[in-house]
Design a protein around this ligand. Sequence first.
Ligand code: ADP
Length: 290
Amino acid sequence: MLSIKNVHKRFGNVHAMNNINLDLKPGLFGLLGPNGAGKSTLMRTLATLQNPDQGEITLNGVDITKEPDIMRSVLGYLPQDFGVYPRMSAEALLDHIAVLKGINNAKERKDQVLSLLKNVNLLTHKSASVATYSGGMRQRFGVAQALLGDPKVLIVDEPTAGLDPFERQRFLDLLSEAGEEKIIILSTHIVEDVRDLCADMAIMGQGEIVARGAPEALIDKIRGRVWRKKIEKSEVDAVKEKYDGRVLATRRLMGGVVISVLSDNAPEAGFEQVDPNLEDAYFAHLYKIV
Ligand code: ADP
């Protein structure tokens, strides 16, 4: 169990983590939030790359801000920006990272490296330099390096940004196969990543956790209160102003705009009540209008 209690972090006057509280059990946990919400700050803190200003983070009862090695010995981490890709074959680079992770037995290392390359579908590209990989291949390589040493905690930060739909699906399949006994934290700003994959999630905005629960439970909180209407582009500003503070989204659709509004009662004529989706729930919680 990973337990985060009253965690704060400030950068100047930016409150990047504002009283974060979360208890995480094994399984896939989705942390959804817009850019700048504080997700990477939280991921880096959990990965023991930086300390919180305040608060406590315990892994099975041990405070990892005081004993970071306890976390590091069971952690697999794919940072948002994996960074440098040296001109080195995937197999050699993984082997090198495995040495850094303390897998000393050469035979064990080779077996793990090859088995991971197979799992992430890169075995046929094992001799190619990682520098020549496509975005999707790099992310799959990133998961392979994170999975070296069979970590109990796996943190992946915005892994699907920049992937095409096919690569994204392949990457998400890989995560869901990574094992139910691990605590896996997927940070993302893409609603579909969480919707398709996570039984448990939280929404983060401006340094705070604004909602936590199963995606269906978060959707249930707005059921019966989401209305949509297709309007002309020229009407958007007026309609937005009329429902100020209750507009969930406006989306272009075939020459017009579909506007979604959260309301207990039927808005003006033409609005239809709809079955809400996770995106509606995301915005309703993020704007704190649930
Ligand atoms: P997210 O991952 O959700 O996009 P971040 O955790 O990267 O959010 O950033 C949260 C806020 O903290 C942002 O306003 C960002 O500019 C600020 N921030 C993050 N890291 C630093 C840093 N090292 N120095 C100064 N400000 C930072």
